[in-house]
Design a protein around this ligand. Structure first.
Ligand code: SF4
Ligand code: SF4
Length: 382
């Protein structure tokens, strides 16, 4: 059907827009710094989940996470409650990256790999283990514990250059490369086996009243729905699809040649794919837009404003950057200027010898002092 093809293209278009937007944001973050452009962590709902313990019991977000990240989590939770894992199927830029490499892979290899179900099934539980482990350590350490292993974080730091990808993000970069190569041959490789956010939405989707229903009377058993499902659900053999694996991409419904053989239903009301796409996008951007307008959405650190009184009694205020904004690529000179702290004083605070050149990047100080960490610099300057 022509309209179905159009909707499939619209979905790819939206995924491409999300991926391009976030890629530009990540580049701007590296270029302009955290005060002007949000980090990839601040734009990922999983960061808010990692910050939840700290927020509930300490009243603060962990580093790089802000109210905007929490708002993204709340919006996507709402989406999962109503439209199941639609965030994964219609919005997630990392899912999009995998799908686009999947399209390239299909063109090159003309086929897709399938993993035997006795291997595939147990492997699907891996993402729940990843969810439990990463949340446990994030909550315990009150930090983005997953960062060095997070392929999405590595993707966000590509513009920082090879030194970052082979240094701080080496493991994450390897996982990113494996994911991309895997996606050339196999659909949604990371989503199926490793994504903790997908695992979380999957758990939430189990309590959603929505499901896909196959009508036995109109189905002609052509198998196109099963063939096109990116997460390999055997749609044509089921009566209802309520699996936590379903990313509600609508591909099965849009691939079906028979009218109403497959329907997305909330309770018993049928909802057409075009409305699902529209509602999800509206909920996502509407939620962000409203909270931005009301000023509660924040995805960059607040500036620290200091008031000083001059000898004549006049009050002046100066703006310093927040220690959270210190980046590994900043030089000692840049940190000294940003914090309005004397260079010698900075060396003392960081407990490093003056012999280290002032144009040394923080992340390169470890070449002089093996155990130096950027984290320590942030702590010292708080
Ligand atoms: S069952 Fe349908 S909606 Fe769910 S992931 Fe497969 S193709 Fe997408
Ligand atoms: S694509 Fe439609 S007609 Fe074909 S097997 Fe699936 S539900 Fe039945």
């Amino acid at each position: 059907m022509k309209s179905n093809k159009l909707l499939k293209s619209l979905r790819y278009f939206l995924l491409a827009v999300f991926l391009i937007l976030i890629t530009i944001e990540a580049y701007l973050h590296q270029l302009l710094g955290g005060s002007k452009s949000p980090s990839i962590h601040a734009l990922c709902p999983y960061g808010a989940l990692e910050s939840l313990y700290s927020l509930i019991f300490g009243g603060t977000f962990i580093q790089k996470i802000f109210s905007g990240t929490l708002i993204l989590l709340i919006i996507t939770l709402l989406i999962a409650l109503i439209f199941r894992k639609s965030f994964c199927g219609l919005i997630c830029p990392f899912g999009a990256l995998q799908e686009f490499f999947g399209i390239i892979g299909k063109k090159i290899f003309k086929t897709r790999l399938t993993v035997p179900s006795n291997i595939d099934k147990p492997l699907r539980y891996l993402k729940y283990i990843v969810l439990a482990i990463t949340l446990y350590f994030a909550w315990k350490t009150a930090g983005l514990w997953m960062n060095p292993y997070d392929p999405w974080a590595a993707y966000g730091h590509i513009s920082e250059g090879i030194s970052s990808l082979t240094g701080e993000y080496l493991i994450a970069f390897i996982i990113l490369i494996v994911t991309i190569i895997g996606s050339l041959l196999y659909d949604r490789f990371f989503c199926k086996y490793l994504c903790p956010m997908g695992a979380f939405y999957g758990i939430i989707s189990r309590i959603s009243p929505a499901k896909i229903v196959r009508n036995n009377d109109t189905c002609i058993n052509c198998g196109l729905c099963s063939k096109n499902c990116p997460v390999n659900i055997k749609v044509s053999e089921l009566k209802e699809i309520k699996s936590a694996e379903c990313i509600n991409c609508q591909t099965c419904i849009l691939s079906c040649p028979e009218k109403n053989a497959l329907e997305f239903k909330i309770k018993n009301k049928s909802v057409k794919p075009v409305f699902i796409l529209s509602f999800v996008i509206l909920l996502f951007f509407g939620g962000i837009g409203i909270t931005k307008l009301t000023g509660i959405y924040q995805d960059t650190p607040p500036k620290i404003s200091l008031e000083t009184t001059t000898a004549s009694g006049t009050k002046t205020s100066e703006i310093k950057i927040n220690p959270e904004e210190i980046k590994g690529y900043m030089t000692l000179q840049e940190v000294s200027e940003a914090f309005k702290v004397d260079l010698n004083e900075l060396y003392k605070k960081l407990n490093i010898p003056n012999s280290i050149p002032k144009d040394t990047k923080l992340k390169d100080i470890k070449n002089f002092i093996a155990d130096f960490k950027v984290e320590k610099a942030r702590e010292a300057l708080k």
